[in-house]
Design a protein around this ligand. Structure first.
Ligand code: ISL
Length: 549
């Protein structure tokens, strides 16, 4: 293989466009807003932007329900704006990838509209349309966003499959036309200069032709009845390899980066999907680091960073030369890690800063490719929402309704929402101290002084400055990105490791807890470069030091 393809040492940054930057003040972030912040991203040290969907969409699932893959949502901009955005990234030496959401389309996509108008025609084969009667869905499958995976389409007298919301219709990848269309969409965007894609729930695309019931026990275990039929479907490897060849390969033979969002895929299955010799994906997102075993995003518990330390170091120990790890702690589907680790962070700005720096340090000095989610570099915390009518996410709204139907009290369900709602990480980025978001599509109330971009850029002790300095250090010294990882010590919240290559060696010392701890002795001579290094490790301390051999 390529010794180290560019994406191994890159720092990715996820932009959630509707909440990133709003250039025209209409309450919705837009493409011109992002263009206006490219210098910000470049100063931070971002190598590649991942743009959550900006395509034409009815926005039932905030753009993860695409109506037209080759058009931009008018409120977000135009294709010309996107061309300018791509050029702006490339001018600054950054790359940019988009979100490929092709497990499903919006029900408003013309393919689906044509399919239900003429189920026997070409487009009828694009989806899972099953004949039957309205009282009996074809299988017992449960959708991710509550209720059955089957929607009754009265005008066609058919059932249609949706693993997510009832407005997100699953494409039938066994159909060759579907696969050809997807490859063509990818080629079309590559021709515009896009450097690759993050591929939404891509491990779910292969399903059997005939869909059987899900096993009730499997459903109970994983919460989603039926999942064993598509979590790693029969033709998944074939479809990914084909898409790599037909879609992602450019005329000159180079391949645009393919990053799979792969919920439920563990370390070894992940290697089958992304090991270099497999010629399928380049990287996968393994979600097991976000919650310890037995926990989900909806459980109310305090996240222990020792778990993440073990998860990332064990992950590296289990893989081979042709495999690589993606390092992420947040995205637009998860609550803020600072709040998971320290729930009262919103009221304790100093601890909030320390915890945010600690998390960032582990993510940016561990072996793997970091994906920073917008706001992480500002120490963003969960949003103190007041009531249900402030929430926008379809998953939360559906879940709220179904838990109320099951007899839970309003208070119970609201507390549950405040634990796991995806809206926590979707409020607008605060660029200035006095920014007025009152007309935003999802307004935030969190207004702690000193946490806006404006304030943090001027403050050398801010979370922002810490991220910027760390990323710069990582760029300067390849030991910190692609170098070896040696765990020296992990006990009583103290996690110490070395990153090393032929050019330099680094010591990372982390106190993953709220108590001061003695610093484990180090034999080599070390000079702290990021953070301070006293005899005792302060609560939540993070230090990166150069080792002089
Ligand atoms: O929703 C889940 C469980 O509650 C997740 O496991 C889910 O499968 C995963 O987060 C998928 O997310 C992606 O696809 C969704 C979209 O809503 C998310 O925003 C996107 O990241 C459907 O397109």
């Amino acid at each position: 293989p390529d010794e180290h393809p560019w994406w191994r040492s890159a720092v990715f940054y996820q932009v959630y466009p509707r909440s990133f930057a709003d250039s025209d003040g209409d309450g919705l972030g837009d493409v011109r807003g992002i263009i206006g912040k490219l210098d910000y991203l470049s100063d931070l040290g971002v190598d590649c932007i991942w743009l959550s969907p900006i395509f034409d969409s009815p926005n039932k699932d905030m753009g993860y329900d695409i109506r037209d893959y080759k058009a931009v949502l008018p409120e977000m901009g135009t294709l010309d704006d996107v061309d300018e955005l791509i050029a702006g990234c490339h001018e600054r030496g950054m790359k940019i990838i988009m979100d490929l959401v092709v497990n499903h389309t919006s029900a408003e996509h013309e393919w689906f509209q044509k399919a239900i108008a003429d189920p026997d025609g070409i487009y009828g084969g694009y989806y899972y349309l099953v004949a039957g009667t309205e009282d009996k869905p074809p299988t017992n499958w449960q959708s991710f966003f509550s209720g059955s995976t089957w929607r009754w389409i009265p005008e066609a007298n058919l059932w249609a499959l949706h693993l997510f919301d009832e407005s997100q219709m699953d494409l039938n990848w066994n159909n060759t036309n579907v696969r050809r269309e997807v490859a063509e969409i990818v080629q079309w965007w590559l021709a515009r200069g896009i450097d690759g894609f993050r591929m939404d729930v891509i491990n779910y695309i292969s399903k059997p032709d005939y869909l059987p019931d899900g096993h009730p026990y499997v459903g109970e275990l994983l919460e989603f009845t039926g999942i064993e039929h598509y979590l790693y479907g029969p033709r998944l490897d074939e479809f990914l390899a084909e898409l790599r060849r037909e879609g992602f390969t450019r005329e000159d033979g180079s391949v645009a980066v393919m990053i799979g969002e792969t919920p439920g895929i563990g370390v070894q299955a992940g290697r089958l999907l992304s090991g270099w010799s497999r010629k399928e994906l380049d990287l996968i997102f393994n979600f097991d680091g976000l919650e310890p075993p037995g926990m989900t995003r909806w459980h109310d518990y305090v996240y222990d960073l020792n778990y993440l330390a073990k998860f990332w170091s064990n992950y590296n120990a289990k893989i081979g030369e042709g495999d690589w790890v993606s390092l992420f702690v947040e995205n637009h589907d998860n609550t803020r890690m600072v709040s998971k680790v320290y729930p009262d962070a919103i009221h304790q700005p100093r601890t909030r800063v320390a915890v945010a720096k600690l998390i960032g340090t582990m993510q940016l000095t561990m072996r793997g490719t970091p994906f920073v989610y917008q706001g992480q570099e500002l120490g963003a915390v969960n949003e103190p929402f007041d009531s249900l009518d402030e929430l926008r996410d379809i998953e939360s709204i559906n879940r709220y309704a179904s838990l109320r139907e099951m007899g839970k009290t309003e208070e119970e369900v609201w507390n549950h929402m405040m634990v796991g709602s995806r809206d926590h990480s979707r409020t607008p980025i605060r660029w200035t101290e006095d920014q007025d978001d009152s007309n935003a599509w999802l307004p935030g109330h969190e207004r702690t002084p000193g946490f806006s971009v404006e304030a943090q850029r001027e403050n050398p002790d801010s979370v922002y400055s810490w991220y910027r300095d760390l990323i710069a250090l990582r760029h300067e010294h390849t030991a910190l990105s692609v170098g070896r990882l040696e765990v020296m010590h992990h006990e009583d919240d103290v996690f110490v490791y070395v990153r090393r290559d032929a050019a330099s060696s680094w010591l990372v010392e982390l106190n993953l807890g709220a108590k001061p701890r003695p610093r484990p002795p180090v034999r080599a001579q070390v000079t702290p470069v990021i953070g301070e290094r006293g005899a005792t490790m302060t609560p939540w301390e993070a230090t990166v030091s150069r080792i002089r051999d």
